[in-house]
Write a protein that binds this ligand. Structure first.
Ligand code: BG6
Length: 534
């Protein structure tokens, strides 16, 4: 088949044109990311008619496959990892566009062979000289591969063609290494050609934060220190480190989740409206937020940042082992699997409004949500009700798994006696838009091919993110934790994290939606918390 006519419309049905003809080179084509996410995502684009007809993928890895073997593996794997089933016609079209080059990433010969293969797909598949190089490898190879691509002349673009690099996190392991990596890449290729992926930005619910804030007139006026008491961000996981102990033990919860995923959530929540949705305008505003995060002194770190590591415990009725007993984790490891902290954003909009964040593995539930807790009403009309018993309004941006946006407020419970109850207005994505099976990478890959870098991180954003967490890394490095493990698997983390908010007179919202502050219950529709005022 010469065109992808056999592909049915399945994802992103209504938006976008196919990108221009191009080739995509995946370094690390033998790895997990390629088979679980990248190939299924590109295949979903093909099904949604969002791939160019003139397209090719060249897998590059150390494994000695032929192109036929690579195609055969991909055909097996797609059955397991496709989120949209396998349409025979579409897959046949797709699989003919897979090619493979094997070699060692350190070997200059590999890049000579890759150059030949690129020339070949340009002639035979008509990919037009455009190419996306995707680094799905260990971060140790990022600078090496970029350097070799540059030396081999493969990163050169001209007026008619483009060459782009796509890099997965982790982007450095601290500020110094992130700066060094940026330098190494920028020696070879221009900033506009680099697409630093944070897969959180591939989530529709994360992208919707901007739409929610800036496509509606009613929220922005109250989105500031005058009306917001504080913001909470929870990214909790039930999973442990699975088979990633080798990587994770060198990273820990802070590096793994905070300067990247959680900072994306913070910047989108806290940024000023950009003057347009041009990538640089959005990035400028995000970067300003990161730069405004108050630098922590060592005393602040000890006071405002909490670390934890899970011991054994029970999740969903099953006993699970402690972090130190996970594969490839040293038995005396001091790596945190949990982190909580209070951050302050020093600008006019947010001065004095704490942003509390927490993330951890082996917690009671898998939830990602942003809670905007508003101030209580300043004047108590219901005189016999103490101000503390009126629950503050709460807006929850629920990123996953129950994608939606509930807003809680107080209402009068019907009846002759004046009583108040917390009620809920709720938007659920599934009610309006159904659910579209996706890997979360479709939009990001499509945008790379289109050259839209809005959902990617610019060098200065990455560095500003690391700069904000570096003081914590330094203090924790200098003072290894002495109380690990300090939370059982299946709990909500260490007691110190509860204390972090309690001493400010606040509480974490129960992510399941149960009442956490005052007596509010934002999950329930009907009033559930009557307060007598007579
Ligand atoms: C990855 C981290 O970047 O994000 C993992 O390395 C974490 O440790 C994952 O589990 C969480 O992503 P998601 O999409 O499941 O929330």
């Amino acid at each position: 088949m010469d065109s992808n006519d056999g592909c049915v419309q399945a994802t992103r049905e209504t938006v976008g044109q196919p990108p221009p003809a191009c080739a995509m080179v995946i370094f690390g084509a033998g790895g997990d990311l390629t088979k679980r996410k990248l190939i299924p995502a590109i295949y979903n684009l093909a099904r949604g008619k969002l791939l160019p007809d003139r397209f090719a993928i060249i897998g590059v890895s150390v494994e000695q496959f032929s192109t036929d073997e690579f195609r055969a593996h991909a055909t097996q794997d797609i059955k397991e990892y496709s989120t949209s089933g396998v349409d025979e016609n579409c897959w046949n079209w797709f699989v003919q566009r897979l090619f493979y080059v094997s070699g060692d990433f350190n070997d200059p010969q590999l890049y000579a062979r890759l150059g030949e293969q690129l020339g070949k797909v340009e002639n035979e598949e008509g990919t037009g000289g455009n190419c996306l190089f995707y680094f799905a490898t260990s971060p140790a190879f990022f600078a090496v591969i970029a350097q070799h691509l540059g030396d081999a002349g493969l990163t050169k673009q001209d007026d008619k063609t483009w060459r782009r690099l796509v890099i997965e996190k982790p982007f450095g392991h601290d500020l110094t290494s992130a700066v060094a990596l940026n330098h190494a890449l920028l020696d070879v290729i221009g900033e506009k050609q680099i697409f630093r992926i944070d897969h959180y930005l591939g989530k529709e619910t994360v992208q919707n934060i901007l739409a929610f804030r800036f496509a509606n007139g009613i929220f922005e006026p109250v989105w500031n220190r005058r009306y917001v008491d504080h913001v909470q961000i929870t990214v909790s996981e039930e999973l442990g480190v699975e088979m990633r102990g080798g990587y994770y033990d060198g990273a820990g919860a802070l590096r793994d989740m905070v300067p990247n995923h959680i900072f994306q959530l913070i910047t989108l929540t806290a940024m000023e409206p950009p003057i347009s949705f041009e990538a640089d305008e959005v990035h400028d505003e995000q970067t300003k937020v990161l730069r405004a995060i108050q630098q922590m002194t060592p005393e602040h770190v000890l006071d405002q940042a909490v670390r934890g590591q899970y011991g054994d415990g029970t999740i969903n009725g099953k006993h699970v082992r402690a972090y130190r007993a996970e594969p490839n984790v040293p038995p005396a490891s001091n790596t945190p699997t949990y982190v909580a902290m209070a951050l302050h954003i020093d600008n006019w909009r947010w001065a004095g409004v704490p942003f509390y964040l927490r993330t951890g593995k082996r917690l009671a539930d898998r939830v990602t949500q942003i809670v905007i807790r508003f101030r209580r009403p300043p004047f108590v009309l219901f005189r016999k009700t103490s101000v503390n018993s009126i629950a503050p309004n709460e807006l929850v941006i629920s990123i996953q798994p129950n994608e939606g946006i509930p807003l809680s407020f107080e209402a009068k419970v019907p009846g002759p006696v004046v009583r108040l109850g917390a009620v809920n207005m709720s938007f659920q994505y599934s009610d309006y838009f159904g659910t579209t099976p996706s890997t979360g990478y479709e939009t990001l890959l499509y945008d790379c091919m289109m050259g839209d870098s809005t959902l990617f991180q610019r060098a200065d954003m990455v560095e500003a993110g690391w700069a904000a967490v570096q003081p914590i890394l330094d203090v924790w490095n200098a003072l290894p934790a002495r109380d690990f493990p300090n939370y059982p698997a299946g709990s909500w983390g260490p007691e110190q994290a509860t204390e972090l908010l309690r001493r400010d007179g606040r509480e974490w919202r129960d992510p399941s939606g149960a009442p956490s502050h005052g007596n509010g219950n934002i999950a329930a529709g009907p009033p559930v918390r009557p307060v007598s005022t007579s």
